[in-house]
Design a protein. Structure first.
Length: 557
């Protein structure tokens, strides 16, 4: 089945962002399917002794009507050959999903340009084929994938099941520390039954296995390319675009892969640049050096909002940014100190100071995606009460010492300044450690012990993967150094739960544990302000921020 063009008009992309998962069902599993044409109805009988039981949901290729939408076709209609993109405030340091520094929102977008995964997830929670055309499982532990036989790599090699096996083996041979490790390590074995049939066996029954395969981090890589060139070989994929040039933390250039197995993009080349200075970003848009910018200063957004030469989008806001307290530090794990911090914070003030018109107020206290299923909406935001905060601080072990708050990116730095001021009101002496992305990643990986507090986003998802990445002992994004055996036990058990009620209760309990522990305190949400020249379309802008720019276009004339 050929993949349709993802050239939905940009305004529709905004509407999708604002309604992401608003109408989604709860994560009610359905019976496995070998064809993927439609999920079967859940069973109404229980196999586990209580509640309503249903088999886990197999990914179902959607009708993909949204993928086949196209820009208006008029006589003589033309599209620009080239688009200049200013990426968000996270520079692309490395194009390698098996490198610790190969993380960040913009880096994920680049992976989506150059690699393919076995399957992809749509915004409605359904899955569509990518390198795999169909899939099946009888026990949610052994999975069979039928692969495309018409895919070539950027270096001319022919794609086969052995490429998936090599990608898995390369990932799990490492000790971890890179973004995709937590996904690949769940696979016990990978075997090429033949060139176009793949068997993956997970270590345990895994209801959420398909979700992990759809993550942009889990693109399939080319063994021969990496062996030949350990720097540029990682850039070789099967995706819609080929990397032609890359300068770390500066720019990346793409050219359309005219041998792409799917529908060809309308735009031939794209150049993505990282511009740290917000004023420079605005100037580049105004003078035509950039066609689209994914991060502008809030004060500059009004310049473009009423200009007919530009379109303005407010997108995203699914995940929360949190104040994370390093539980390896005795003071940060002091229960009374944490209570003092929680009640000293004014979340609305932080949100407005960090994001201005892009602020989304915290409406509940759960560390959880705003519209994901299983969100515990019964956890309130703890009230700001400075007298109560001072009483708790007096009962804590705090003795006036400096507390180092580490963060990166302009909006997080502004949030840190608000936190610094608010904690100062009750007598906590906060010093901000402002780093670039590379320095932040190095300073906050598991095992380091020199950060007291961190402000960063909790990138979650519709499965236990995101929570494990943030809260499992030793996980790369567990910057608070959370070590709670009960929480880890629940998170590891969730993929095996086929009872809908048990699953929902487990999720609610996991969020309650994080809430009560107070080592990861949600403090603000923010949307992204995106400005593009008039005529721009074809973007996919999901609320979780993992944008798909493969089919972006600009109408000429």
């Amino acid at each position: 089945m050929k993949k349709g063009r993802r050239v939905v008009a940009i305004i529709l992309g905004l509407l999708l962002c604002l309604t992401l998962f608003a109408s989604c069902k709860k994560d009610e599993p359905a019976t496995p399917t070998t064809s993927g044409t439609s999920p079967a109805q859940p069973s109404t009988s229980s196999n586990t002794g209580g509640g309503t039981s249903a088999s886990p949901a197999a990914p179902t290729p959607s009708a993909a009507s949204e993928l086949e939408a196209a820009p208006p076709e008029e006589p003589g209609q033309t599209f620009r050959d080239h688009i200049n993109v200013i990426i968000d405030a996270t520079p692309i340091s490395v194009l390698n999903p098996f490198a610790a520094a190969g993380t960040g929102m913009s880096t994920n977008w680049a992976y989506g340009m150059i690699y393919n995964r076995l399957i992809e997830m749509r915004e409605d929670g359904t899955y569509v084929p990518a390198l795999a055309t169909s899939w099946s499982t009888d026990d949610y532990q052994t999975y069979i994938f039928n692969l495309r036989d018409d895919v070539t790599w950027h270096n001319g090699d022919h794609f086969t099941a052995n490429d998936v096996v090599w990608s898995w083996a390369t990932a799990v041979a490492d000790a971890g520390g890179f973004p995709s490790w937590d996904y690949w390590m769940r696979i016990e074995s990978a075997r090429a039954i033949d060139d176009y049939t793949l068997e993956l066996v997970t270590k345990t029954v895994n209801v959420d296995f398909y979700y992990g395969l759809s993550i942009m981090y889990c693109g399939i890589l080319n063994e021969r390319a990496v062996a030949a060139d350990n720097e540029k070989g990682w850039w070789v994929g099967t995706g819609a675009y080929i990397v032609t040039d890359f300068s770390s933390r500066d720019y990346v250039e793409f050219v359309r892969n005219d041998n792409y197995w799917g529908e060809l993009p309308l735009t031939r080349t794209q150049r993505w640049v990282y511009i740290p200075e917000m004023t420079t970003r605005t100037i580049m848009l105004q003078n035509g050096e950039a066609d689209i910018c994914f991060e502008l200063a809030e004060t500059d957004l009004d310049i473009f909002s009423n200009d007919p030469n530009f379109i303005f989008l407010r997108a995203g806001g699914l995940n929360c940014f949190s104040l994370q307290l390093n539980q390896d530090k005795p003071l940060m794990s002091d229960h009374f100190f944490k209570l003092a911090v929680v009640h000293a914070l004014d979340r609305d003030e932080i949100s407005l100071f960090a994001s201005g018109d892009l602020a989304i107020m915290m409406e509940a206290g759960a560390v959880w995606g705003l519209t994901w299923p299983h969100r515990n909406n019964d956890l309130p935001v703890q009230p700001t009460d400075l007298d109560l905060a001072r009483d708790y601080l007096a009962q804590s072990s705090y003795n006036g010492e400096e507390v180092v708050l580490t963060t990166a990116l302009p909006y997080n730095i502004r949030a840190a300044e608000a936190v610094q001021q608010q904690l100062g009101r009750i007598g906590i002496n906060v010093v901000i450690n402002q780093l670039d992305m590379a320095g932040f990643t190095s300073a906050t990986v598991w095992g380091e012990n020199h950060c007291d507090m961190v402000i960063w986003a909790n990138l979650l998802g519709a499965s236990n993967f995101g929570y494990l990445n943030n809260f499992r002992i030793g996980a790369v994004h567990n910057r608070a150094k959370v070590q709670i055996p009960e929480l880890e036990e629940i998170l590891l058990a969730l993929p095996t739960m086929t009872d809908v009620n048990d699953r929902d209760a487990a999720w609610k309990r996991a969020q309650q544990i994080v809430y009560d522990d107070m080592s990861c305190i949600p403090i603000y949400r923010r949307a992204s302000g995106i400005v593009a020249v008039a005529g721009t379309g074809g973007l996919e802008l999901p609320a979780h921020g993992l944008n798909d720019l493969r089919y972006m276009y600009i109408l000429e004339g």
